[in-house]
Design a protein around this ligand. Structure first.
Ligand code: ADP
Length: 479
């Protein structure tokens, strides 16, 4: 199957979150299954084109959209699969995402350029797979503007990686979209209310919808968690499936992870302790092996449950019962709260503000437990990294966390972590106390670690579900 996969971030070239990991690993796994993949993404100034040895393929490819015209260049990565749209005036900014007035236009151009690139290559996709709001207009453009033969057979898939980001702009941008007499295809009621949401148009026009875990697929159809789009999602329930993300085992495997001072597996799990010492030394944490070390790596936004964490953690730190290393950046108030913890408990708590790949690996390799008290979590990757690294996750039962972590039962020895239900401090405290009660029992803890490490969350397994979906769509007649 020929698949055009369009994403606003692709690891390792550009990354702010899990989407980048998925946009790298899923196409790679599908390519290994003999599908023909073309991944298209912007050439941001943040992409290190020399390090990644990108080579130029096309120059001056013209796009016309309504009465606007532009020309872009195209670069190709070494993998022969990842194509970069070079439009410096749009993609050379201080960050990957911006609040600039042309933010909508930056991603309209990505969407349209990806299709234009297919024309340039005379490459007819069977499947066009768009991701998140940035490429949410792809199915609409295929219906309204890119109607030539090349795209006639193309079926569209849209994946919701996070419903919290919907790309909603003022109705004033309608003229920029170049839809001409097809403008009636825009959501008319919202247009009258003065807004255009990119993501909602994908929910209206994609042939198939996916999201990144079965539980999240169900949650977003409820009023509580549907963020205003639950009605639309319920109407498309038949076309919506939840497929869990996988982890890229070439990057996240404790046996081979080159960021770790000591590699380890189920058979030499004691060597994990070497990483704990290294993590503590690097973070200025004092204490012995018997004191549990908690880790967290997170974009610090309200979704991630940071506010739940501060008081329970402060109490445990004050009592000297835990140590913690926290990594992340985001909203100022959360950064300040974590900094406050580190300042209040020197030698017990450390906080690194920022984005740090090396430290992220060392936390997964060195911590005893991993914290993810998310309010909602479409899939979540770090809990799966934690399972693979024998770092026991403490999570809330939501989205992908509910689908990948099961609560430990001391009676049977089954379970992979500690799971709480209610989004409040009591819930989290309960789960932490459960974990702290098991930790001193070395045998039980080892069992818990091994249970998690035995779980197969690889992309090799998950890509099979996309493979099935694509085949099913290609076998159907176009609507
Ligand atoms: P989200 O996509 O909502 O941010 P995920 O758990 O799906 O959450 O994916 C987050 C990804 O980004 C993981 O690979 C995680 O390790 C990484 N990450 C997030 N914040 C940081 C950070 N400050 N430093 C290093 N890696 C980070």
């Amino acid at each position: 199957v020929r698949v055009l996969f369009v994403s606003s971030e692709v690891s390792p070239y550009s990354k702010t979150g899990g989407l980048a990991d998925v946009a790298a690993a899923l196409p790679a796994s599908l390519a290994a299954m003999n599908h023909d993949l073309m991944v298209v993404t912007p050439l941001y100034s943040q992409v290190d084109d020399r390090r990644h040895r990108l080579h130029p393929v096309f120059d001056d490819v013209e796009i016309k959209l309504g009465d606007r015209a532009a020309a872009f260049s195209v670069w190709l990565a070494d993998d022969g699969r990842t194509w970069f749209i070079d439009l410096p005036q749009l993609y050379h900014r201080a960050s990957i995402y911006t609040n600039d007035p042309d933010e909508h236009w930056r991603f309209v151009m990505l969407t349209v350029a990806a299709l234009e690139l297919c024309r340039q290559r005379r490459w007819a996709p069977d499947i066009v797979h768009a991701n998140d709001w940035e490429t949410g207009l792809l199915p609409l453009y295929l219906r309204a503007v890119f109607t030539d033969d090349l795209f006639r057979a193309a079926r569209t898939v849209f994946t919701i990686h996070n419903l919290g980001y919907q790309g909603v702009f003022g109705a004033g941008i309608a003229d920029d979209l170049g839809l001409g007499d097809q403008r009636y295809l825009l959501h008319q009621e919202h247009l009258r209310q003065g807004r255009i949401g990119f993501l909602e148009h994908a929910l209206m026009y994609a042939d198939a919808l996916t999201t990144v875990s079965p539980t999240y697929a169900w949650e977003i159809q409820t009023t509580e968690m549907g963020m205003g789009l639950d009605g639309l999602l319920r109407r498309r329930a038949h076309d919506l499936v939840g497929i869990l993300n996988g982890i890229d085992t070439t990057v996240w495997d404790p046996r081979t992870d080159h960021h770790l001072p000591a590699n380890y597996s189920e058979s030499n799990l004691d060597d994990k302790l070497v990483n704990k010492w290294a993590l503590m030394a690097e973070s200025g944490i004092e204490g012995g092996a018997e004191v549990p070390l908690l880790g967290m790596i997170s974009r610090l936004v309200s979704q991630k449950g940071v506010e739940l964490l501060i008081r329970p953690l402060a109490r445990l730190l004050a009592e000297g019962r835990v140590r913690c290393v926290l990594l992340g950046s985001g909203e100022r108030k959360y950064e300040d709260a974590l900094q406050w913890l580190a300042d209040s408990f020197p030698g017990r708590a450390a906080y690194r503000r920022g984005y740090d790949e090396q430290l992220a690996h060392l936390i997964e390799g060195g911590a005893d437990m991993f914290l993810m008290p998310s309010q909602y979590e479409p899939c979540g990757l770090n809990q799966m990294y934690s399972l693979a690294y024998g770092t026991v996750p403490v999570v809330r039962r939501t989205g992908g966390l509910a689908d990948t972590v099961t609560h430990y039962d001391p009676a049977t020895g089954e379970g992979t972590g500690f799971v709480f239900q209610h989004y409040n401090e009591e819930g989290l405290t309960w789960a932490l106390e459960e974990a702290l009660a098991v930790f001193p029992d070395r045998k039980a803890w080892r069992r818990l670690q091994l249970n998690g490490m035995a779980q197969d969350n690889s992309w090799q397994r998950r890509a099979g579900e996309y493979d099935e979906l694509y085949r099913r769509l290609v076998g159907e007649e176009p609507s």
